[in-house]
Design a binder for this molecule. Structure first.
Ligand code: ZN
Length: 160
């Protein structure tokens, strides 16, 4: 038996850890960028009306470099100051849409969402129940819910 047979996984407890290589250093969250050179500017609002009265709106922002759009839901009376850093992420196969519930009233009647072309979206009702809604061609297909695409209604008011 020679010494070279000794197990190689010998504990290295005396090895000094390289400074600056600490793994418990807090890492800043990754900021979402739509492209390499984002130039995001405010585009327009889409107003949400009930009986010709505006109850809320969706603010639409667009990146001049990659033309991706970003939407933000606004309920009347609640101010939200937009920050470009906080633009919500949207995938290439998703579109901004508003889901309208026939079962709810007032501000609970609508919700900004991102719809894939087909599939199922989990939708939270105002009484915090999760329901499955079917998507077909970027539209909700359901007896009690409908939807429209935000970018088809720039600068207009949509009666819900
Ligand atoms: Zn961009």
């Amino acid at each position: 038996m020679s010494e070279s047979d000794a197990p190689s996984g010998k504990p290295q407890s005396y090895t000094r850890k390289t400074l600056g290589d600490s793994e418990d250093k807090p890492k800043a969250p990754e900021i979402y960028k739509c492209c390499n050179n984002p130039q995001i500017t405010y585009l327009a609002p889409v107003n949400i009306n009930i009986d010709e009265r505006t109850i809320g709106s969706v603010d639409v922002w667009r990146c001049a470099a990659c033309m991706k759009s970003f939407c933000e839901e606004k309920t009347l009376g609640i101010d939200s100051i937009s920050d470009i850093v906080g633009m919500p992420r949207i995938e290439d196969n998703e579109k901004w849409a508003v889901i309208i519930s026939k079962l709810q009233k007032g501000k609970d009647k609508w919700k900004l969402v991102k719809l894939k072309e087909t599939g199922i979206i989990k939708f939270e009702t105002s009484d915090e129940k999760l329901i499955d809604l079917k998507i077909q061609d970027h539209k909700i297909v359901d007896d009690f819910h409908s939807s429209f695409l935000v970018l088809d209604h720039i600068h207009t008011a949509v009666e819900i």
